[in-house]
Design a protein around this ligand. Structure first.
Ligand code: SAM
Length: 248
C-alpha cells in the first residue's frame, strides 16, 4: 500500500528545509499542496519536478477520497502547506485521519513550525504550553477566549493576523491586565525577525510607534498567570479592574 508523507516546509528562510524533506518531495509520485502556485517556487528552488495537486479547505473532502484511491494503488504522496507544518492551522486533518482509518502509513517529515520556533526563543516557560491557533475574529468571542486564560498555568500560543494584532494586544490589557508576561514574535526566520517582550501595554506602544511594526506575520504568546497567594479569585479581580477603570 502507499504512504502519505506529511512534510514541513520553511516559514520564511528557505534553507530551513531538511534534506529528508527535499528527498521525499523529489521521490514521491505526487505532492498535494495547499496552493500549487505558491509551492511551485519552493520546488523550483530545489529543482523538484514532482507533479502537484491542490488540497485546501474547500476541496479537502473530495480530494481526500481521490488521494486515498491513489494510496490504495500503492502510490507515494507528500502533503505540504504554504509554510511550516501541514495541519497546524493548515489543511490536512481530514486527509490524515482518513488515511489512518483506511490503514495507510502516514509518515511525518518534521521541520519548521512558527508556534514552536516562537516558543523556543520566547523566554516564556515551555514545560507546559497550549497551542490555540488563531483567536476568533468576532470581538466578543475573542474576549471570551482571552478571559478563559485568566488563571491559566500554561504558556498559550496563538497565531494572529496583522490587521488584528494591535486590537488583540489592547484587549489583552483590558482582560488580563499588565502583569501578564506577553511575547510577540514577528517575521520568524526572515530578515526583520523581532521578539517584543513585556506587558501588553508596552507591546501596544511598540506596535503603534511605527506602521511597519504592525505588518508581517505574528505569533502571540501569553505567559502563565501568577499564582494567587492572596486568594482573590480571577473573576473578582477582573471586576475590581473594571470598577477601577470607572473611577474618576
Ligand atoms: N502551518 C504553519 C506553521 O507550521 O507554523 C502555520 C500556518 S498559519 C495559516 C499561518 C500563521 O502562522 C501566520 O498568520 C502567522 O500567525 C504564523 N506564522 C507563519 N509563519 C510565520 C513567521 N515566519 N513568523 C511569525 N509567524 C508566522
Amino acid at each position: 500500500t502507499g504512504t502519505l508523507f506529511v512534510v514541513a516546509t520553511p516559514i520564511g528562510n528557505l534553507t530551513d528545509i531538511s534534506q529528508r524533506a527535499i528527498d521525499t518531495l523529489a521521490s514521491v509520485d505526487l505532492i498535494a499542496a495547499e496552493d500549487t502556485r505558491h509551492s511551485q517556487r519552493l520546488l523550483q528552488q530545489f529543482s523538484i519536478t514532482t507533479r502537484m495537486l491542490s488540497l485546501h479547505d474547500h476541496n479537502e473532502q473530495q480530494r481526500a477520497r481521490q488521494l486515498i484511491d491513489l494510496l490504495d494503488e500503492g502510490q507515494q504522496i507528500a502533503l505540504i502547506s504554504d509554510a511550516g507544518t501541514p495541519l497546524i492551522s493548515d489543511p490536512g486533518y481530514g486527509l490524515v485521519s482518513q488515511c489512518r482509518q483506511a490503514g495507510h502509513r502516514v509518515v511525518p517529515i518534521p521541520g519548521a513550525c512558527a508556534a514552536i520556533a516562537a516558543l523556543s526563543a520566547s523566554g516564556l516557560p515551555t514545560d507546559k504550553f497550549r497551542f490555540c491557533g488563531f483567536l476568533p475574529v468576532k470581538q466578543q468571542a475573542r474576549e471570551d477566549a482571552l478571559n478563559a486564560l485568566a488563571d491559566s498555568q500554561e504558556t498559550c500560543i496563538f497565531y494572529e493576523a496583522p490587521r488584528r494584532v494591535l486590537d488583540t494586544m489592547q484587549m489583552i490589557s483590558a482582560v488580563l491586565g499588565e502583569e501578564r508576561h506577553i511575547v510577540l514574535a514577528k517575521e520568524l526566520t526572515k530578515a526583520f525577525e523581532t521578539f517584543q517582550s513585556g506587558s501588553a501595554a508596552s507591546i501596544s506602544d511598540w506596535l503603534r510607534a511605527d506602521e511597519v511594526h504592525q505588518k508581517g506575520e505574528f505569533v502571540l504568546m501569553i505567559g502563565p498567570a501568577k499564582i494567587r497567594e492572596e486568594g482573590i479569585p480571577a473573576d473578582a479581580e477582573r471586576l475590581l479592574r473594571t470598577l477601577c477603570g470607572e473611577l474618576p
